[in-house]
Design a protein around this ligand. Structure first.
Ligand code: A3P
Length: 300
């Protein structure tokens, strides 16, 4: 079994592939200890900011695309001319942080940070957060295939290996269970919108309307049609500003695919019966206390 301590030993382009900050693994090409610390302690989130928040592989980029299109009332010019990571920079990344601190006016930003590492200023602000969750089994499968293609991290040798690491939280951004438990504690707050990948798939238009209400944006029916059209799986797959084809080549092996399948329940094609049972057990233990109806997938 590959443990995180072994990941740390790995050297990538002359530097350690990972570092651990307060128990959470981060990859060193994209992140820097000082930035994680500064973003938590000093970065000022303003009342007029909007943050897109998720555990990785939950449909974050789909949500970013949707929010960008809501902001432009369906006009695709912005999403077709500016890479997704510049439209909604990542607070905790080496590239995103400087963009955000130098930006005036209301900002759109993204983050995968767990609750305890998130900018403290947010908790005193009226900034809006949209948190998207997804069945962690599908998150696991999506992450496994994505990480297979990216040089930033140790490519897990098999799904079985990644499965064990995921259940232990020995993966980038730490445990899905901790991330979700802690952020869900905010779900009753007025400035916190909880969405799920599953609901977004089932009722995309309804979800877009929910986001519009939350952000105080009024879109006409034809503008909503355009948001739907340009944020569809196919449209995003063809948009080089959104499909990760602009990720620098040295970070990628065999072609990085962000828009892989875009379905719910793909885990059933990959988990063994034993893995499915083991996952259920851990889910029940770690997520005890939440109403089962909160999760839009078959409980547990
Ligand atoms: P799969 O790997 O299961 O296909 P993130 O943006 O958080 O990294 O999440 C990536 C997942 O969201 C991928 O899941 C990807 O296909 C899916 N996704 C991205 N855009 C989508 C869209 N427009 N419609 C449906 N799924 C989308």
């Amino acid at each position: 079994m590959l443990e995180f301590s072994q990941h740390q030993e790995r050297v990538f382009f002359g530097m350690s592939a990972y570092f651990c900050f307060e128990g959470i693994p981060f990859h060193a090409i994209v992140h820097k200890r000082e930035i994680i610390e500064e973003s938590r302690d000093k970065f000022v989130i303003r009342d007029e900011d909007t943050v897109i928040l998720s555990y990785p592989k939950s449909g974050t980029n789909w949500l970013i695309e949707t929010v960008c299109l809501i902001q432009t009332k369906g006009n695709p010019k912005w999403i077709q001319s500016v890479p997704v990571w510049q439209r909604s920079p990542w607070i905790e990344t080496k590239k995103g942080f400087p963009i955000l601190i130098n930006k005036e006016g209301p900002r759109l930003m993204s983050s995968h940070l767990p609750f305890h590492l998130f900018p403290k200023s947010f908790f005193r602000s009226k900034a809006k957060v949209i948190y998207i969750i997804r069945n962690p089994r599908d998150v696991l499968v999506s992450a496994y295939f994505f990480r297979h293609k990216i040089n930033l991290i140790d490519n897990p040798e098999s799904l079985g290996t990644y499965f064990e690491l995921f259940l232990k939280g020995n993966v980038t951004y730490g445990s899905w269970f901790e991330h979700t438990r802690n952020w869900l504690s905010m779900r009753e707050n007025d400035n916190f919108l909880l969405l799920s990948y599953e609901d977004m798939k089932k009722n995309t238009r309804g979800t877009i309307e929910k986001i519009c209400d939350f952000l105080g944006k009024k879109l006409e029916a034809d503008e909503l049609d355009l948001v739907l059209k340009y944020s569809s799986f196919q449209a995003m797959k063809e948009n080089k500003m959104s499909n990760f084809s602009l990720v620098p080549e040295h970070m990628v092996t065999n072609g990085l695919v962000l828009l892989r399948k875009g379905t719910t329940g793909d885990w059933k094609n990959h988990f063994t019966v034993a893995q499915a049972e083991a996952f259920d057990k851990v889910f029940q233990e770690k997520m005890a206390g939440f109403p089962p109806g909160l999760f839009p997938w078959k409980y547990p």
